[in-house]
Design a protein around this ligand. Structure first.
Ligand code: FAD
Length: 442
């Protein structure tokens, strides 16, 4: 049995490692375009921001170590095409330029995603943050004292994480977004307003409903030109979303979503027999939306990668579904979201209700008391919780994790109201903010 995995990062290497443990006999080959494997891109903003300096800390395993386990890792090899009839792939050795054909019995596509490059004039002068090389280039520029003002195009997780670390490096920051608020696909306005107020208070300029048209560079300065504005900066970072790396599969007939994400089932199987996929190039099943959706996160990539690894080894494991749980640290605040947003509930035509409350993270006499706000989205009749978001200066993300568990186990707001959560003055109030949110959700 010859099993080929295309892409050697979170999904691909999780699959390869699990496959090796499941089936000691199969020939396992990983083709990876870059010169490294098992790269944790989630660390990039903090590497760029100077929280640590050794790039190796973002590399969980070296190709040499993995080869010792009997997995044939071929870095700097790009897969150019897949022939699903003959079960072959065409591969280019990027070091020698040689193009050759390899054959598989089973194939996994784990090619991840790439930064979307919008049609902005001179956008090639902007920096992106996806690969290790991107991180090294951006870190070098960020540490240059002559770089005083940075423009970020895109107000999603990556753009805002860059804004966060840039402010920590004492840069001036402005953020351009085509939408009318930050993180609009993940958080509802009650939560983003709190984060935006904090960003503005700390001097971040937010330009909403702002379509960047061109970057005009003159000596060391770049002017970011929008429909109605022009802001001069020293550096531009582009973070306007990602798209699945699946263009090379166009002729295969593998079913994809409109954005090119490969549609998989709960075992990671694609629409073509013996071809599996997982990670940022594929869909995930959303437990509340009850359909395959595109949510490119390391959490999903690792879990589905491991399941595909088992199944490539002959098992029949199933993914239990995602809630799209995600979180961010943003200039002294943190926020988390899980399940669906109110906007999702509207789109799904659900009979829903919401609660939004602000309380305190812990008892007032213990130092460090801060505000914390919770939003719940729940079924109007059954009171089953469908979505939750938490924001505050501290303790918001771990409370979001409690909500993820509540949604996964289909708790009602009444049950959340009486849920036995921990209490001691440094950690909570006798009635935790989540209990209160549950109790006021009638
Ligand atoms: P990728 O990591 O994209 O890896 C795919 C690999 O396939 C690449 O190395 C690529 O070179 C290779 N490849 C592509 N095409 C070919 C080809 N034709 N032939 C051979 N090889 C190919 N997620 C979170 O959950 N939490 C976070 O905090 C978080 N922070 C992030 C911060 C940043 C800056 C970035 C960029 C991402 C972040 N993510 C985060 C997302 C997370 O990194 C991804 O979800 C995860 O890397 C996806 O893993 P993957 O294996 O599917 O794809």
């Amino acid at each position: 049995m010859r099993i080929i995995i295309i892409g050697g990062i979170a999904a691909g290497m999780s699959a390869a490692a699990k496959l090796r443990r499941t089936d000691r006999e199969a020939e396992v080959v990983v083709y990876e375009k870059s010169s490294y494997i098992s790269f944790g891109a989630c660390g990039l903003p903090y590497y760029v921001g100077g929280n640590f300096d050794n790039v190796d800390r973002m590399l969980a395993r070296t190709p040499e170590k993995v080869r010792e386990t009997g997995i044939d890792v071929k870095t700097e090899h790009e897969v150019l095409s897949v022939n699903t009839q003959n079960k072959t792939i065409e591969v280019k050795n990027l070091q020698t330029g040689e193009v050759f054909t390899d054959n598989y019995d089973k194939l996994m596509i784990a090619t991840g995603a790439a930064t979307v490059i919008p049609p902005i004039k001179n956008i090639e002068n902007a920096y992106t943050l996806r690969s290790l090389e991107d991180g090294e280039k951006l870190k070098e520029r960020m540490q240059d004292e002559n770089i005083k003002k940075i423009a970020v195009i895109g107000a999603g997780f990556i753009g805002l994480e860059v804004a966060d670390v840039a402010k920590e490096l004492n840069k001036e920051v402005c953020v351009f977004n085509t939408g009318n608020r930050i993180l609009e696909n993940v958080l509802d306005p009650e939560i983003t307003e709190i984060l935006e107020e904090n960003l503005r208070e700390q001097g971040v300029e937010l330009y909403f409903n702002s379509l960047v048209k061109s970057l005009e560079t003159c000596s060391d300065k770049t002017k970011v030109i929008t429909d109605d504005n022009g802001v001069e900066v020293d550096l531009v970072v582009l973070a306007a979303g990602v798209r699945p790396n699946t263009a090379f599969l166009k002729e295969t007939g593998i079913e994809m979503l409109e954005n090119g994400a490969i549609v998989i089932d709960d075992q990671g199987r694609t629409s073509i027999e013996d071809i599996y996929s997982a990670g940022d190039c594929a869909t995930v099943y959303h437990l509340v939306k009850q359909k395959q959706v595109y949510i490119p996160l390391a959490t999903n990539a690792n879990k589905l990668g491991r399941i595909v690894g088992s199944n490539l080894g002959g098992k029949c494991e199933q993914f239990q579904g995602t809630l799209g749980s995600s979180c961010i640290k943003l200039l002294g605040m943190e926020a988390g979201a899980t399940g669906i947003t109110e906007a999702d509930a509207k789109k799904m035509n659900l009979n829903y209700k919401t609660t939004f409350i602000t309380d305190k993270n812990h008892t007032d006499y213990y130092p460090g008391q801060e505000k914390i706000s919770v939003k719940l989205i729940y079924d109007a009749e059954t009171k089953v919780i469908l979505g939750g978001q938490v924001v505050g200066k501290t303790d918001a993300v771990q409370r979001t994790n409690v909500l993820a568990t509540a949604i996964f186990t289909k708790l009602t707001t009444e049950q959340l109201g009486m849920l036995d959560l921990c209490y001691a003055p440094p950690f909570a109030r006798t009635w935790d903010v989540l209990n209160i949110a549950g109790n006021v959700s009638k």
